[in-house]
Design a protein around this ligand. Structure first.
Ligand SMILES: Nc1nc2c(ncn2[C@@H]2O[C@H](COP(=O)(O)OP(=O)(O)OP(=O)(O)O)[C@@H](O)[C@H]2O)c(=O)[nH]1
Ligand SMILES: [Mg+2]
Length: 177
């Protein structure tokens, strides 16, 4: 099981939809209005693993978000990795730091994903990539050192992320040497 967390409107549902673009029968709901996903949605990938779409935190988040997500993250034994999404236009926000503190405290392994890279200027993209990498290096324990930049509209970075998810869920045998 892997889950996707991040601020409202950061593009969690869109990313899951993009990851499933080869399986168009899987329906993932996306909306222009922040606070769209109100409860956790589970998407099973055959018998192999499950992706969990979480409600967003921050603006218009459901009231019980913290309790629900905290309880879930803390208790999930088969949670292989958590993907923390950050908007490449907006960058790190206060709410992201709260989420990071929670993941660090519970010792949950997580990975940063930078979303909407089709929207950010090159300069802003580099600034936010460097900022996140620098933060991950200096201030985190449970964070994977590699950041995944993606666009769910142009499908950039989606293939590599798919491979990475297959790998962390034990569905991608590594080549020897
Ligand atoms: N340009 C661009 N827009 C995106 C991308 N990903 C998502 N969006 C847009 O961002 C908005 C929010 O996307 P969602 O996927 O619903 O965001 P979410 O994180 O699931 O939001 P909540 O469910 O409210 O927490 C929608 O209008 C999407 O079309 C992207 O890669 N590029
Ligand atoms: Mg959503």
């Amino acid at each position: 099981m892997v889950c996707f967390v991040g601020r409202s409107n950061v593009g969690k549902s869109s990313l899951i939809k993009a990851l499933f673009s080869l399986a168009p029968d899987v329906e993932v709901r996306v909306s222009k209005t922040p606070g769209h996903t109100k409860k956790m949605n589970f998407f099973k990938v055959g018998k192999y693993f499950t992706l969990v779409d979480m409600p967003g935190y921050g603006y218009r988040a459901p009231q019980d978000f913290a309790d629900m997500v905290e309880a879930y993250l803390q208790e999930r034994q088969n949670l292989k990795r958590t993907f923390l999404l950050v908007d490449s236009v907006v960058g790190f926000q206060k709410a992201d730091h709260t989420a990071i503190e929670m993941l660090e405290e519970f010792g949950i392994p997580y990975v940063f994903v930078l979303t909407k890279i089709d929207k950010a200027s090159k300069g802003l993209l580099v600034k936010n990539v460097l900022e996140i990498q620098d933060f991950a290096e200096k201030h985190t324990q449970g964070c994977f050192p590699q950041l995944f930049p993606v666009s769910s509209i142009e499908y950039s970075g989606i293939h590599l992320l798919r491979c990475f998810i297959a790998h962390v869920t034990g569905n991608l045998p590594m080549m020897n040497s």
